[in-house]
Design a protein around this ligand. Sequence first.
Ligand SMILES: [Mg+2]
Length: 184
Amino acid sequence: MIRSEILREIAPVIRDHLVVCNIGIPSQELHAIDDQPTNFYMLGTMGLASSIGLGLALAQPKKVIAIDGDGSVLTNLGTLPTIANNPADNYILLIIDNGSYGSTGDQPTYAGKKTSLTAVAKACGCDNVIECRAEDTKKVLEEALAGDRMTVIVSKCESGNAKMPVITLDPVVIRHRFMEAVKA
Ligand SMILES: [Mg+2]
């Protein structure tokens, strides 16, 4: 399974929640599969989906799902101790770990080599870290949403991208409709 197949499976589960999505092809895929005003697409901030998601979860009570990638988490590795030490039980970080920098040509990341982001998240102090197969992501995510505990999910999948159009929505529109969804 590749990332777009995971996104297709979880789309009905995340549709009614606030979602902050990783820059590049992940956001293009989610936008094409199931665009929602509750989706906040990163258009220029590699590595910051998990940080923005945490801040949003701490600032208001609705559940927040950040969909991040292994390359982006490695780019902003300081996010994991920040998440661990500022727990928000309405926050789920879903790291779709395909072992590659998908948006720049599938170059391998260290998460696809010797570095386990699951082990890193645990070592940083995240209490509830679940590594799963791509096929189990939907079930694990549903269970995390049913619980009231901050959860980090590391979904191990294959490298590869779906051919999706770029997002033509104006960033101001994406921000505005997302802010309205947060307030609704
Ligand atoms: Mg990746």
